[in-house]
Ligand binder design. Sequence first.
Ligand code: ATP
Ligand code: MG
Length: 656
Amino acid sequence: MSVTSVGVGGAGAQRLLRANDFDLKQTAHSHRVVALWRLITGYRLAYGIAILSLGLAALARAASQFLLRDFVDHGLMGNGSWPLPAYAAGFVLLGVVTGACSFGAGRLAAQAAEGACFRIRSYLYDHMQALPFLFHDNNATGDLLQRATSDVEAVRKLFANTLLGIGRAGLLIVVFMNGMILLDMRLALWSTLTVPFILAASFRFFPLISSRYDLAQQQEARLSTRLQENLSGIRVVRAFVRQAYEIRMTERDNRGLKDQGLKLNNLHAVFWSGTDLLVAAQMVLSVYLGARAVLAGDLTLGSYLAIVAMLGQFMWPVRNLGQVITRVSTGWVSYTRIMAVVRQEREAAGERTSLPPQRMEGEVRFEHVGFAYQATGGVDDLGTATIARSPAVLEDVSFIARPGQVVALLGPTGSGKSTLVSLIPRFYEFTQGCITIDEHDLKTLPRDWLRRHIGIVQQDPFLFSTTIRRNMLMGVQGEIDDETLYAAARVAHIHDVVQAFPDGYETLVGEKGVTLSGGQKQRVTIARTLLKNPRILILDDALSSVDVSTEGHIRAALKALMKDRTTFIIGHRIQSIMHADQILVLDKGRIVQHGRHHELKDRDGLYRDVFRIQSDIESELQDELWKATVASESLPHAGINGVGMCDPVSSNGRTI
Ligand SMILES: Nc1ncnc2c1ncn2[C@@H]1O[C@H](COP(=O)(O)OP(=O)(O)OP(=O)(O)O)[C@@H](O)[C@H]1O
Ligand SMILES: [Mg+2]
């Protein structure tokens, strides 16, 4: 056993994607403000300049109001500091400065926002790839998609508009407040009478809008999940004539989303109309008090006009501040929803693994292994995620598979066969006993290394929407030549099928291309696994969708390939497993029989029962075939042309 230990937990947790070196997890436990600040690392200067530009724009606006005052009080009276065209040029110049600064601020902030979202998206993708199978078992794909798209978009808006909006509003308030104080202290103070009420209303609405928005996001995730499942399972829906039911259900979720949206908008509407009223009252009061001061000769007309203009500019950001504060709440919620995923532990986190050996021989030893799936809470319940253990799926499983041996697993459906083999590449962690590979404790072997040496053809074949060639080369490290590709395809009996397509191996499969049959898909996945050249080969019911004669050919071709690698075959047909070096018969998670075909077939038990049922069907078929042959010989023109008769076993269906 190797002794060097390398930590792969914590900050060293494997990052699969290296689009950027930003570890979002490090910010997961920081305060949100600190986390957001860290998120724009590298863009902080741009963001800072954006806020300064906004300050400059605010100053330029205030300056134009002062120019207005000077223009009205002196310029129009003919005793201005400058000639009239100079006033005009001043207004234009200040307008240009305001526009240019606002434009620059928008662009720079957008850069920071897009950069931060790029980080979040690439980290999330990387992270979801590394999260344990259990996490994916317990969380709906639609919900995760929602977090990776709509929630990230909300965070983008937080940076691009909302936070910048707060900066802009804050600066405008400071600048115009000072401007008004310079023009007339008393009127300026009167003009801020409603400001505390508007701000108090904003903070009152902040939590209300947060929780409403959270509910709306959850409802949207529910709808996305339903749509996603409905579309990927469209055949099942139609086959079971469930369209009406599914449409009703989708409508229910859709209506739920509409209701949540309406409630959210109602809250906004109450907030907006209330603050609008306050702003209007403030304007009326200030305009009235200002007018009285002008009539009393306490204020010049120019100052009055400048103050009224400034008040308009001042009340707008005050009201806007309320809006952005409520918007922050939605960005916050989305950020929290994203972080709920980020905080989940990756597969390799927090453990110590050994440096793996150079080579894998392929000896697999199970000693009293037990396993139970854990039902963890979804990411919504992050803080209080409960881990409930389901009943044991495997109990006291012990066997040794020597390098190069073929181990077959047979058992009723749900007996734990797929679960057993999924423990070997550490898709799930066994909960009792011990598993070793080449005498190394499985828990000390890095998952990447294991999975690189283990090839698994899963029960439900999955192909990506790309070319057949790319699908087949998924597990190949480096370059391989076409002949190797074809050889694997020939073993899997798919080469001729692929060659018959007009585009051959470049044929697109899936949504944009041809639809392969279940058996063809299975054979592509077999070829894909063979090309990986694994030391341990696992075929989980890999030939279930293939007709019997093709299965026979594939089995014969595989035989040579299985010779120097440990192979696990899960199968329901005795024919596919009878030549195995050892057969494990599983029932309710326990090995109830263990031996070779010739030992088990005569021993009382599940294996003999299955063998007998299948043999009976075989002999019944042989009888039928024999009768049909005799009949055709006595009736030479009876029309039996031999189609379907040349391969009697091919009419044999799957049993047990
Ligand atoms: N991801 C999972 N989470 C919780 N329980 C699971 C999960 N996968 C399987 N199970 C349960 O574990 C048990 C064994 O399932 P498994 O898929 O290993 O059976 P199997 O022997 O491969 O069946 P089959 O022949 O139908 O493929 C079943 O009761 C199943 O409900
Ligand atoms: Mg299975």
